[in-house]
Design a protein around this ligand. Structure first.
Ligand code: ADP
Ligand code: FBP
Length: 307
């Protein structure tokens, strides 16, 4: 069973404009809204791949209900804690040049009692057959150590954990040795205090170090360049696929989803990587924050090359 935990869900509002006029009037050409937030995107992509997951986390207000209704409509099981505040809206501005500007809101205030309820739900699902996906930022009121604490709790119940986060939340999560992580190259560089571009050799070196410290599997995504995958037994790089890019928002979540789905289907790490590259490339081809169809993924998977 896969359980996605989204502390800070969002309605992603994708806006298309010709060119951003900062400090002036911008006319919107087209817009669309999607139920999102990292774990929710993972659940939607797992569904698109033919798998099942349960989406949990905090939702509130009309935006929270919109997210729940969207998941219900897609047949994605969910078990949220309802909070007093309102689930955020994240605005993604697309310009003709392809430049994307993301404006992510902080999210509602979470109370201690909400966190306690979430832990009860988490413990309910935690068993040796569960893979938890802890993904994205955390809203106000939630300590940056929360992913570490959840990882320790569910590890003690035999479950596995996949962390996709950045900054302090990521650093603190590593203390509990998650089984899978997927930083992107920029996040990894930040973690290693590398200013400027991180090289492939530096990524491999750092991923190997993390594995030697007890992180089970490390996938480092590098945008259109592809990704590097390291575990105790294996190390390989996959080139990014050449596709017509519409929106890279959600590409990382698509990779997390594909690897998690692959793990739940007990396929090899190499095949998880192959599926991750194909699914994330497919996600880039969709507009807004939408997963690719299974047909698109199937049409891309044979094109994945290992280096
Ligand atoms: N322009 C692109 N063309 C093809 N694949 C892409 C492109 N951008 C991202 N991807 C795929 O999506 C994966 C995740 O993208 P990345 O931008 O690194 O993640 P994140 O969204 O977490 O920052 C990449 O490893 C790659 O496989
Ligand atoms: O919780 P955060 O870090 O603010 O990120 C949330 C945002 O990231 C996304 O999940 C997309 O993430 P990726 O592009 O990394 O896959 C959006 O749908 C959402 O608005």
């Amino acid at each position: 069973m896969i359980v996605t935990v989204t502390m800070n869900p969002a309605i992603d509002k994708t806006i298309e404009i010709d060119e951003m006029i900062c400090g002036g009037l911008n006319r919107i050409k087209a817009f669309e809204s999607d139920a999102a937030g990292k774990g929710i995107n993972v659940s939607k992509t797992i569904k698109a791949l033919g798998g099942k997951s349960i989406a949990i986390g905090f939702i509130g207000g009309d935006a929270g209900n919109t997210i729940k209704n969207a998941l219900d409509a897609e047949g994605i099981e969910n078990d949220f804690v309802y909070v007093d505040g309102i689930t955020r809206t994240n605005t993604k501005v697309f310009e003709n040049s392809g430049r994307v500007t993301e404006l992510n809101e902080p999210g509602p205030n979470i109370k201690d009692e909400d966190i306690e309820k979430l832990f009860e739900i988490i413990e309910k699902y935690a068993s040796k057959d569960t893979l938890f996906i802890l993904a994205g930022s955390v809203p106000a009121g939630v300590e940056k150590t929360i992913y570490r604490d959840i990882t320790e709790k569910v590890h003690s119940l035999g479950a596995k954990v996949f962390v996709d986060a950045d900054g302090e939340i990521f650093v603190r999560a590593l203390e509990a040795k998650p089984d899978y992580i997927k930083p992107n190259d920029v996040e990894l560089a930040q973690y290693c205090n590398i200013s400027g571009d991180i090289t492939e050799d530096q990524i491999i070196e750092m991923a190997e170090k993390l594995v030697s410290e007890g992180i089970g599997h490390v996938a480092v995504s590098m945008g259109k360049e592809g990704a590097i995958f390291v575990s105790e037994d294996e190390k390989f790089m996959c080139k990014g696929l050449k596709v017509e890019a519409h929106s890279t928002v959600g590409a990382g979540d698509a990779m997390v989803a594909a690897i998690s789905y692959g793990v739940s289907e007990k396929i090899s790490f190499r095949d998880c990587a192959r599926l991750g590259i194909a699914t994330s490339a497919g996600a880039v081809m969709t507009k807004g924050t939408k997963p690719p169809t299974k047909e698109t993924v199937n049409s891309l998977i044979g094109k994945v090359e290992f280096k």
